[in-house]
Design a protein around this ligand. Structure first.
Ligand code: WTA
Length: 644
């Protein structure tokens, strides 16, 4: 691996860093490994405000973990009240910019007042601790207020990304048994109003548990309101007191459920609880983002994904950060929108995805070069492996060779970053997440659980529970056990392949299961397949990921049709729309290929491996001994040559 460039931190960065030098990192790692109870127990006392102290640090009955057992706290109190009480009420929490160019500044005191009024309004609607709420909103400050108001009352929230369709929204509302939906008329994206309320209305035809809908007026577009069920946000909070005590909640109180794609057609409700999640979100802000009191932090994620939960809401806010929130698209009105925002607000820390970086590279260096990016001191990447070429561009063109890049590996299930460099300690290698966080016993193993040697590929696992670990799958503990804990009992199975190099650095290679990663968003092949076979013309479908220059992977579908005369071109278009309607626009397939049959094993399983190979290399060289009908593959390959 001698051709890999290594980037040690500059002396200047090390000097100011929260963790300075490799020895400091190693000492933290060693202490957490040897004395986890002391390590996490002390941090929990220092970083979290407790309403009642915990009696012990953790309990572990695989696969179920409890952290900070017996303690009572409140995530919203820790994200807002704690800072106001410490005298930082005038500090800006949110620097908001809407896509049309409107801006708002919200201080921690103002945020506390907004959250309290809104939470009191929710109480008046009859919402209670233990209820569940769905949040389906654009990236506006009210989305943060909604999440934190729920947390304040002990209402478990589940944010559904605004790009999901009403069908996907409905499935989530039903699975969660939500009583409340918080939404908006719509949001702005690429100069257009993206409506949200109509999708809620459509979903609610079939969701008897929902009693109330709260609608924030963002775009002021036309909205239908159902009498007795729907309430405007401003009416809900009008006249409410700014005093709403944060409810003391058990450390293990369910903070949120976030649905993510698994290997079946049904999304998994990943449950995160309160204290352990909050602590590790806070610590990774210090360790990975090296957060300082005067930072202007910006994570470009949407709150609909876990990155928005941990690194917009709970991480930065629990540390009292000032952060930028932007509503719209990076290319509106021009490809320099992000760089304009960085220059305008003087952002110091910037966290985004490799897909976004690759898309911006393609537009040329003139866009970032037109802006003063000298405020930046640290860059981050998340969601998928970052290829070294994109890394180097990010480092040189955006960071001007001054800013370390933290490549952060984690998952919805892990809650917070598990593998990433501490930027003032760990020398960087482009494309590697480098080393695990303290307390994270990550390893690369074979199917017997034995560690593989340096530079060997294997399965990425975690050997011990960590505070922000997924607690269960909502309503399905058996699936939780099967999915993550049964392959190597007692160890958490990530579903990712990885290797460790001779320095112990982790290189994550991608998924080992039928999960796609499109633009850093997880999508299950089964979910797309189930959507396709719900279409009346489709008999069978197999979906695979195809390598894509910008989005990492794209969705490629092989479809066999029922009997009939079909115009393939028109039907291809229709099926793409159909998947958009069933799941969401971001899941729309790039390619639909029609075929008379799909390659199967003798037992009838579709051989996706072959299809993957076919879309990647245009031929199949792999082992086909179990293939039922070899001619199927030959036909599929030939058909592609015809079309090309
Ligand atoms: C992938 C997003 C390589 C990985 C936070 C993981 C990454 C899945 C990285 C989780 C990274 C995420 N390098 N791969 N830095 N970050 N992944 O749940 O396959 O949306 O399992 O969480 O994204 O996606 P999720």
């Amino acid at each position: 691996m001698s051709q890999v460039n290594v980037y040690p931190p500059s002396a200047e960065f090390v000097e100011r860093a929260n963790v300075s030098g490799m020895e400091a990192y190693k000492a933290l790692y060693k202490r957490a490994a040897e004395k986890p109870e002391e390590f996490w127990g002390e941090l929990a006392k220092e970083k979290i405000s407790w309403m009642e102290p915990f009696s012990h640090v953790f309990e572990w009955e695989p696969p179920f973990a409890k952290w900070f057992v017996g303690g009572k706290t409140n995530a919203c109190f820790n994200c807002v009240d704690r800072h106001v009480l410490a005298g930082h009420g005038e500090k800006v929490a949110l620097l908001f910019e809407g896509e049309p160019g409107d801006t708002r500044k919200v201080t921690y005191s103002e945020l506390l007042a907004d959250i309290s009024r809104f939470a009191n309004g929710l109480l008046k609607l009859g919402v209670k601790t233990g209820d569940r709420a769905i949040i389906y909103m654009p990236m506006i400050p009210e989305a943060v207020v909604a999440m934190l108001a729920c947390a304040r009352l002990g209402v478990t929230h589940s944010v559904v990304f605004g790009g999901f369709s009403s069908e996907a929204l409905k499935a989530r509302i039903q699975d969660l048994g939500a009583k409340l939906v918080i939404t908006a008329d719509g949001g702005w994206r690429r100069g257009k109003e993206i409506k949200l309320k109509p999708a809620v209305d459509e979903a609610l035809n079939d969701c008897p548990t929902v009693e109330s809908v709260v609608v924030c007026a963002r775009t002021k577009g036309s909205v239908e309101m159902v009498h007795g069920r729907d309430h405007w946000w401003h009416a809900v909070e009008a006249g409410q007191s700014e005093n709403c005590p944060a409810v003391p909640l058990d450390s293990e109180h369910p903070l949120f459920v976030l649905y993510t794609s698994g290997t079946t057609g049904k999304p998994k409700g990943i449950l995160h609880t309160t204290a352990g999640y909050l602590l590790q979100a806070a610590m990774t802000m210090e360790w990975v983002f090296d957060l300082k009191a005067d930072d202007i932090y910006w994570c470009t994620a949407d709150i609909g994904w876990v990155t928005g939960h941990s690194y917009i809401v709970y991480g930065p806010m629990s540390r009292g950060a000032t952060q930028i929130i932007y509503e719209g698209a990076p290319d509106t009105p021009g490809f320099d929108r992000w760089w304009k925002i960085v220059a305008h607000f003087k952002a110091t820390v910037f966290y985004t995805s490799p897909t976004a970086i690759r898309a911006l590279i393609r537009q040329g260096n003139q866009w970032p070069e037109a802006h003063d990016l000298s405020s930046l001191r640290l860059l981050g990447s998340v969601g998928e492996p970052i290829n070294p070429a994109a890394w180097e561009w990010y480092y040189n063109v955006i960071g001007k060779g001054r800013c370390p890049i933290v490549d952060t590996w984690w998952q919805t299930e892990t809650g917070t970053i598990l593998i990433a460099p501490m930027p003032g300690a760990v020398p960087l290698k482009p494309g590697s997440g480098t080393l695990p966080m303290p307390g994270v016993m990550a390893d690369v193993v074979d199917l017997d659980g034995n560690s593989v040697g340096a530079n060997q590929e294997g399965y990425l696992i975690v050997r011990r529970p960590w505070p922000s670990m997924v607690r269960t799958i909502w309503g399905d503990p058996q699936r939780f056990q099967d999915q993550y804990w049964s392959r190597l009992p007692g160890n958490y199975f990530t579903g990712d392949a990885a290797r460790r190099d001779e320095d112990g650095y982790f290189w994550v290679l991608g998924r080992v299961d039928d999960v796609l990663n499109v633009s850093g968003h997880r999508l299950s092949t089964m979910e797309v397949e189930s959507a396709l076979v719900r279409h009346p013309a489709v008999a069978e479908a197999a979906v695979v990921g195809k390598p894509h220059e910008i989005t990492g992977q794209s969705v490629c579908c092989f479809v066999t049709l029922k009997k009939g005369d079909f115009d393939h071109e028109a039907l291809g278009k229709e099926l793409r729309q159909w998947v958009g309607h069933e799941i969401g626009a971001f899941a729309r397939p790039e390619e639909i290929r029609f075929s008379d049959a799909l390659p199967k094993t003798r037992s009838g399983k579709i051989m996706r491996r072959l299809l993957r190979e076919l879309v990647t290399n245009n031929t199949v060289a792999g082992d086909v001994t179990t293939l039922e009908d070899l001619s199927v593959i030959t036909k599929l390959a030939a058909q592609h040559d015809d079309e090309a």
